[in-house]
Design a protein around this ligand. Structure first.
Ligand code: 5GP
Ligand code: ZN
Length: 156
């Protein structure tokens, strides 16, 4: 009985066939840089740039849309400490992109929420991001309408 309850608890925390749940459970190896009761940070296998790290909640959660405020506090509050440690680890690191992809369209490929910490070394390192400037296509009224629609959907 006790074992069964524990197994049910385990399943609501970990998700079978999730690569990051397996890493958190120690079933597949990773190279950790930080761990506490709620989160784990480990080197991204792709090493987009040297030191590229992933911060993940230990509880299986698919993406930002499923976070509650408490989980957000828990996970995002760890970022500055880990970011500073990565930066301090190599004097060649000049900056850092912190990225959280949500949904396949937004380049999420592992559906256990995670935050990328990508150290930046130079304009010519292996990381690029493109933001197109579409500001000329919008009137102030159109921007206000977009903002109002978003505000109408804010939860308490
Ligand atoms: P996403 O594309 O979902 O934003 O990021 C997923 C990241 O997980 C990718 O950068 C990928 O390199 C990394 N990744 C996938 N499988 C593994 C793994 O088994 N170990 C580690 N350390 N990283 C992984
Ligand atoms: Zn998972």
């Amino acid at each position: 009985m006790y074992t069964k309850i524990k197994e049910l608890e385990r399943r609501s925390y970990f998700m079978d066939d999730c690569i990051f749940c397996k890493i958190i459970a120690g079933e597949i190896p990773s190279i950790p840089v930080y761990e506490d009761e709620a989160v784990k940070a480990f080197l991204d296998i792709s090493q987009g740039t040297p030191g590229h790290t992933l911060l993940v909640p230990k509880k299986h959660i698919a993406d930002i849309f499923a976070y509650d405020e408490q989980l957000a506090k828990t996970v995002f509050s760890r970022l500055p400490k880990i970011a500073r440690a990565i930066k301090a680890s190599n004097p060649a690191i000049k900056g850092m992109n912190i990225i959280n992809n949500n949904g396949k369209i937004a380049y999420q490929s592992v559906f256990h929420s995670h935050i990328h910490l990508i150290p930046r070394y130079s304009e010519n390192d292996d990381f690029k991001m493109i933001f197109k400037d579409n500001s000329e296509k919008y009137s102030t009224e159109q921007l206000q309408q977009i903002a109002q629609t978003i505000k109408n959907h804010l939860e308490d």
